[in-house]
Write a protein that binds this ligand. Structure first.
Ligand code: EPZ
Length: 420
């Protein structure tokens, strides 16, 4: 398994261009199952989770043409196997995004239950109950969800008991081919949902309200091919803003969507960083020495993203004072705290809250990545720690960050990948 060796201490300076959003490209790829026409997506990040989704589409029988330049064309002419097998789903739970499109297009689907995940139980009960409200008959057997609705889906009024991003995306896709009108209440407002809706609309869907908490969909007979460019990855962009801040450097993050980063930018400014626009689609972060501790609670968009919580915690280990970090989305998303503590951080976990006392000088250590964003947190800590940090299991990072070590090296980081 590949490792990263990082020698900390260098302030990061320079410019970095953000890749397309993994969490927008995943539902967009699943949406290709909704039509037999070719669909072309641009700016698809070349990361592990995307390759897994491409394998899943090919498994169902779709033709997938993925270039290294981020352009992917999918033609789901004949779906021979409307299935998402366990061996793929166990490596990437977002495979459940195939459920809605397969049921909508073919009237049946067999999708493995995702099983456990490092950051929490992450069930898909809301996806299932939503599809049942659209008329699908669903049973669970041998670890699989089996759905069927030979007569086709029927529009319905759906209210999510709690906000779910991929649950909203799954049902939004299913509703585009359901007869009649579907209303999704308490829908996720993440930019990735709005980006999916933009693609679906280009494919001929009739959608209103995507990006708000109420989405209205009028079903159509069929969808057709389209071309779409995926939005910037706001979590990658946020990770690089924090990298500039934690190392006391000056970094310009380009080709991003500043409006998607408002919650993080507000905290960075409160913590004493200078964050300013640097032209269209670019932000400049400059750390002016001492950082102040600032509390944060993760929330659904437009609140502070749970996917930036681990990275923010690394930053707060360098801030003056006590910061309270509350994780309200997932029940077990503090694994990075234990590894940060091994590097010298002063962090106490009390239920859903992490209490960080700083500033603490971190020292390089051997650490193990446990999930995608925890890995990013350890990388950030390594950039500021004295000495050498060895991060094991960097395949977690490769799931969601495209060429991360090359991008950091260009900013002056001393980071090398050791291929094992
Ligand atoms: C999406 O996951 C993202 N993944 C996650 O990013 C992100 O952390 C999460 O949204 C929250 O923003 C993708 O978009 C591919 P949820 P998702 O359904 O949709 C509970 C990353 O690092 N829930 O919004 O799976 C669930 O357990 C990844 O890129 C149910 O109880 O998250 C969680 O506590 C990690 N039943 C909460 O809702 C359900 O049926 C929010 O989960 C569905 C969800």
């Amino acid at each position: 398994m590949d490792k990263f060796i990082i020698r900390g201490g260098a302030p990061l300076c320079g410019e970095v261009a953000v890749s397309g959003s993994k969490n927008s490209a995943l539902p967009a790829l699943a949406a290709c199952l909704l039509t037999s026409d070719p669909v072309t997506l641009n700016r698809v990040p070349r990361v592990r989770d995307i390759r897994t989704m491409e394998r899943l589409l090919a498994y169902t029988g779709a033709e997938v043409d993925a270039g290294e330049d981020g352009r992917v064309t999918v033609a789901a002419r004949n779906i021979a196997r409307p299935e998402a097998p366990y061996e793929l789903v166990k490596t990437m739970r977002a495979s459940s995004l195939a459920l809605g499109p397969l049921v909508a297009r073919l009237g049946r689907a067999r999708v493995s239950l995702p099983g456990g995940c490092a950051i929490g139980a992450r069930p898909i009960n809301l996806h299932v109950s939503g599809l049942e409200q659209l008329g699908a008959r669903i049973r669970q057997s041998h670890g699989y969800i089996e759905a069927e609705v030979p007569e086709g889906l029927q529009g319905a009024w759906i209210h999510f008991d709690r906000i779910t991003v991929t649950g909203t995306e799954d049902l939004l896709m299913a509703a585009t081919l359901a007869r009649g009108e579907t209303v999704i209440e308490n829908a996720a407002r993440e930019p990735e949902v709005a980006d999916l809706a933009e693609l679906l609309t280009k494919m001929g869907a009739d959608i209103e309200g995507a990006g708000t908490s109420t989405i209205r969909v009028r079903g159509v007979e069929r969808l057709h091919g389209a071309e779409h460019t995926i939005i910037a990855d706001r979590i990658e962009a946020g990770t690089f803003l924090i990298a500039g801040a934690i190392t006391g450097g000056e970094v310009v993050v380009r080709e991003c969507a500043p409006k998607h980063l408002a919650a993080l930018v507000a905290r960075l400014r409160q913590a004493g960083c200078e964050v300013k626009p640097a032209g269209t689609g670019a932000l400049r972060v400059k750390s002016r020495g001492k950082l102040r501790s600032v509390d944060v609670t993760t929330e659904e968009y437009p609140g502070f993203a749970t996917d930036l919580q681990a990275q923010y915690m690394a930053l707060m280990t360098q801030a003056e004072g006590i910061s309270f970090i509350t994780e309200s989305i997932f029940e077990n998303r503090f694994m990075h705290a234990l590894e940060l503590a091994r590097m010298g951080a002063n962090i106490r976990i009390e239920g859903r809250q992490a209490i960080v006392a700083g500033p603490r000088t971190l020292s390089g250590a051997g650490v193990i990545a446990s999930d995608l964003r925890a890995s990013a947190s350890l990388m950030l800590a390594g950039l500021v720690a004295g000495g050498e940090t060895l991060i094991d299991r960097v395949y977690h990072i490769d799931r969601g960050y495209e060429g991360i070590e090359r991008k950091l090296q260009k900013l002056g980081a001393q980071i090398q990948r050791v291929i094992d």
